[in-house]
Design a protein around this ligand. Structure first.
Ligand code: G3P
Length: 217
């Protein structure tokens, strides 16, 4: 499973990248707003840091606007993936941008029927939001399982990207479902490597190491 970071914060992105686990980045207007910085500057910094796919989101509601914004975003770097919402206008924009050879990530997907049409329109990636479905008492991970199965049934090439990840269990379940990509907030990325037995084991080894009479380090 590919690991993306869901962030607009260049320091978080650099830190995750230095761990050697980062395949790409997803952003959205809320994450960019959180930085309090100019959009183009932030986007350029991210594109410079990460060579893998970087999703940058359009904000128009009609296909023409999405396509125009998609062209602007794609011009920022060769690894830009144009993020488009899961609407009928979004499908039209995906069809057009895909025919031009651009990469697309169809976001805000909340149903398997949306995911089916998104794949038919040719999107490179679909982003079902698991956390926001859990928030309204629907099992978000069921949607991931359904998307993976539907795409397998018909051989669609669209990759399932698990978005709106809130905790390490989401990541584990996403990988068990066979999702292609997980986009994870930095706080959760750090949680993935935490284990109390690892910490206790390090403590014990360090204490015992002190008892070794002659040490090279
Ligand atoms: O990037 C989209 C998605 O991951 C948002 O997550 O936590 O705002 O539902 P959240």
């Amino acid at each position: 499973m590919k690991i993306f970071i869901d962030s607009g914060d260049i320091n978080e992105i650099k830190e995750a990248n230095s761990m050697g686990i980062l395949d790409g980045v997803t952003t959205n207007p809320s994450l960019i707003a959180k930085t309090g910085r100019d959009f183009k500057t932030v986007a350029k910094e991210i594109l410079h840091e990460v060579k893998g796919p970087v999703s940058l989101e359009t904000v128009s509601l009609n296909a023409k606007g999405m396509i125009d914004e998609g062209h602007f975003l794609a011009d920022l770097g060769p690894n830009v993936v144009v993020k488009i919402p899961s609407t009928t206008e979004g499908l039209k924009a995906i069809k057009q941008l895909t025919s031009e050879g651009l990469q697309t990530n169809c976001t805000l997907c909340f149903s398997s029927n949306q995911a089916l049409l998104i794949a038919k329109a040719g999107s490179t990636i679909v982003s079902p939001f698991v956390g926001r479905l859990d928030d309204i008492s629907e099992r978000g991970m069921d949607l991931i399982r359904d998307c993976v199965q539907i795409y397998k049934n018909y051989g669609y090439k669209t990759e399932v990207l698990v978005a709106s990840i809130r905790n390490p269990i989401h990541v584990k379940e996403a990988s068990l479902c066979g999702a292609h990509i997980c986009t994870i907030p930095f706080a959760v990325i750090k949680q993935l490597m935490q284990h109390p037995l690892t910490d206790a084991g390090i403590d014990k080894f360090l204490k015992d190491w002190e008892k070794v009479p002659s040490k090279p380090f």
